[in-house]
Design a protein. Structure first.
Lengths: 257, 486
């Protein structure tokens, strides 16, 4: 074990760093050039002291378990109130919005408050879910997949929705008509390939997906895969290189069809 | 001052690698000199491995608890689970011996990388289910602080198995077993198949089973590198060398009926270094045979199979290398993005590779056509004669295709029943097997690694019961046949 006195000194400044410090301690590090002095110091210390390494691993595990906690399944609510209310509760707790058939959108306010009137809508199916920016992951999707009459699903900018989650969406194939995946950092073209089960899909938004390698080609292939669906985003000109005579004019204008 | 230098030795195994090799690019330049000095001081103090005649730093340690022969995905998986399931930090010392650090002939890197739950044996289905779970949460299992998360490039497109008239009943049975174990598989009739995948020619297809979730293909190199990185951070020692000899001791015991049995225990493993005659005898408690296609040779070194045929001493490990070809072709009008890994009833299979209408595939040859496993040369005529006709018959678009490249790899083929061998040998009591998976080792590696680690640490299987995969079935003649092998 390394010198215990060194460990005690390290704990104080780390906690003073606040959330930024904790996130810096436990998150994946940027490539070498972008690493700040803080990151380099942490790396140096973690390589030499067991305590720092253990602390960092502990904080990382805590982050991971926080997400798991947010995505737990609410079995009691499901049994008592039914799957629609359980799904709605899950979404509202994460900070999203839900719309029951024939009713208005229920959103949670900025501070996490929402009205509990939906507890009465036990037999009303949920029609649309807006989970933009929520920390939904593979486990949490269980709650959404129970909503068998879901027509519209917005998963914009969800940081933990990845290809594995998309492979589960086939369970909503009978009802889903609108799906938005814009801005999800973990979705790639491999996950988009599983969307072919959703034959009733009419609108699909795949704009701004950083992990997709060739957005234009992906959009063409997705359009071929889902002929009745309107695919938005990922213009086919993205990723194409301009010819030599156009380069001097700048890259802003798209190539005419 | 020397005591201070000793306390500064941060982690075991670090000396062999140097403080700088843990993270790329360190903060201080002179930190390169300091570990050298510390190593020198360390080595001539009592307990160090200083040899006044020559430098032994490239040799493996002189003693260790577990030696894992073979550094492919199965061997690394066993190492990972041994370190993860140990009761105390640093309780088990593990050494992984791999003779080819480029993995040029290892089955892991040359694999097509598919994972499926569509097996006929419940054990195989459970192994695959856990492995898919492992791959999905790979960044929780194999996370190393300060390293980027792993991207397995998993394609969740599923497997589509096609059955002709005579195998349709067996496929239905298999799907029932798969559903019971929790796999998400659906059966499709030829009409449904034609609707879903219009590019298939359903002539001759009586039934199809399609995996909806948890099946697909991924990048095996990424898994291998992730495992390597994680187990190095957990303190497993890697050695680049070849196992040439086992030194063991025997003891004679009597069974209940008075027969004499000779039990062997391996005490030392001789590890020979690359390109030299130098070897290091490593004292060990347990040896794990995860040598893949060459497990048969390692077993022979340990004396398994040396005895009159028909007895337990004379039962060899029936794992031998079998060469399989994989071809990559381009077909401009081929099936689209939704293509699963299609396995035809004739044995030919293919899957998409990337976005550019490239496809990978092959076919397992029949027993008579087995190519010579002496080298990894590709036979292109095999594609023309045996693979292409079946592909073109099943997918008419494949009638015009152009082969871009091809490679060959080994299956660690279990000639007895094409299923893995897991567990200790009944006579050589401290050699454990984790091999013989005949083409589906990669997809079951995480779960098999856990099973072997449980056997070594606890003495029995705790999560998945693989008692039917023990070595004794070769002597008793109990075949555990898996019907869905291609």
């Amino acid at each position: 074990m390394a010198a215990p006195r060194a460990y005690l000194h390290l704990v104080a400044p780390l906690w003073n760093g606040g959330t930024r410090g904790i996130r810096g301690m436990s998150s994946a590090v940027a490539p070498e050039g972008n690493q700040s002095k803080w990151g380099k110091l942490l790396q140096f210390l973690a390589d030499r002291f067991y305590d720092v390494e253990a602390l960092r691993e502990y904080l990382f595990q805590k982050q991971v378990s926080k997400i798991h906690q947010k995505n737990r399944s609410f079995t009691y609510i499901k049994e008592r109130y039914g799957p629609y209310v359980a799904g709605a509760y899950f979404i509202l707790k994460q900070g999203g919005a839900v719309k029951f058939q024939g009713k208005e959108w229920i959103r949670s306010s900025g501070r996490g408050h929402y009205s509990l009137e939906f507890l009465n809508f036990q037999a009303t199916p949920v029609e649309a879910v807006d989970a933009s920016g929520c920390a939904i992951n593979y486990q949490g999707l269980d709650n959404l997949l129970a909503l068998k009459e879901l027509q519209s699903l917005q998963l914009q900018r969800c940081p933990h929705v990845d290809d594995w989650c998309l492979s589960r969406l086939y369970q909503l194939a009978d009802s889903l008509q609108e799906l938005s995946l814009a801005g999800c950092p973990r979705i790639s073209e491999r996950g988009l390939a599983c969307l072919h089960h959703l034959q009733k899909l009419r609108r699909l938004d795949i704009s701004d997906l950083p992990a997709v390698s060739s957005p234009g080609l992906t959009r063409i292939l997705v359009e071929e895969m889902l002929p009745n669906c309107e695919v938005l985003g990922a213009e086919w000109t993205e990723g194409l290189k301009l010819g030599p005579e156009k380069q001097s004019r700048g890259t802003a204008s798209p190539i005419p069809a | 001052m020397l005591r201070g230098a000793l306390r500064f030795r941060a982690k075991p195994g670090l000396l062999g690698r140097g403080l700088n090799t843990r993270k790329g690019g360190s903060t201080l330049d002179w930190a390169g000199k300091v570990p050298e000095i510390k190593k020198k001081i360390q080595s001539f103090l009592p307990g160090g491995d200083w040899n006044p005649l020559y430098d032994t730093s490239h040799l493996p340690p002189e003693r260790t608890d577990v030696v894992i022969v073979g550094g492919g995905v199965l061997g690394l998986s066993v190492a990972y689970w041994l370190k993860r399931l140990e009761k105390q930090r640093g309780a088990i010392q593990v050494l992984v011996v791999e003779r080819d650090h480029t993995y040029s002939r290892a089955s892991t890197g040359l694999s097509v990388g598919g994972i499926r739950q569509q097996f006929s044996l419940p054990e195989n289905i459970q192994l695959s289910l856990f492995s898919v779970d492992f791959l999905r949460n790979i960044n929780d299992y194999l996370a190393v602080v300060d390293n980027p998360p792993l991207d397995l490039q998993f394609n969740p497109s599923g497997y589509l198995l096609l059955a002709s008239e005579k195998s349709a009943a067996m496929m239905e049975n298999n799907v029932k077993v798969q559903r019971q174990e929790g796999a998400k598989v659906c059966l499709m009739s030829p009409e449904q198949l034609q609707n879903k995948f219009p590019w298939i020619n359903t002539e001759g297809v009586a039934l199809a089973s399609y995996g909806l979730e948890g099946e697909g293909w991924f990048d095996p190199w990424c898994l291998l590198q992730g495992l390597q990185r994680k187990i190095q951070s957990m303190g497993v020692v890697f050695c680049r060398g070849e196992v040439t000899r086992f030194v063991s001791s025997s003891s004679h015991m009597e069974t209940m009926s008075g027969e004499e049995v000779t039990l062997k225990r391996i005490h030392e493993v001789h590890v020979k270094m690359d390109h030299s005659l130098e070897y290091q005898p490593v004292e060990c408690a347990i040896v794990i045979n995860a040598a893949g296609a060459w497990s048969g040779q390692i077993a022979e070194l340990a004396g398994i199979g040396r005895g009159p045929p028909g007895t337990l001493q004379g039962t060899k490990l029936p794992v031998e290398p079998r060469k399989r070809y994989v071809y990559l072709w381009h077909c401009p009008q081929g099936p689209g993005l939704e293509t699963p890994l299609v396995a035809d009833s004739s044995g030919a299979y293919f899957r998409r590779e990337g976005l550019g209408n490239n496809y990978l595939g092959g076919c397992s040859p029949t027993e008579e056509e087995e190519p010579d496993p002496g080298n990894l040369e590709v036979d292109h005529d095999f594609f023309q004669d045996k693979v292409w006709p079946h592909l073109a018959q099943r997918v008419p678009a494949f009638e015009n295709l152009k082969v871009r490249s091809a490679w060959a790899g080994y299956y660690d083929y279990n000639t007895f029943d094409q299923n893995g061998v897991v567990g200790p040998h009944p006579l050589v009591v401290n050699m454990y097997f984790a091999t013989g998976f005949s083409g589906h080792g990669l997809q079951q590696a995480p779960a098999v690694g856990r099973a072997v680690a449980e056997l070594v640490l606890e003495g029995h299987f705790q999560t998945i019961n693989l008692s039917s995969f023990l070595f004794s079935r070769f002597y008793l003649g109990e075949k555990v046949k898996e019907h869905n092998i291609f």
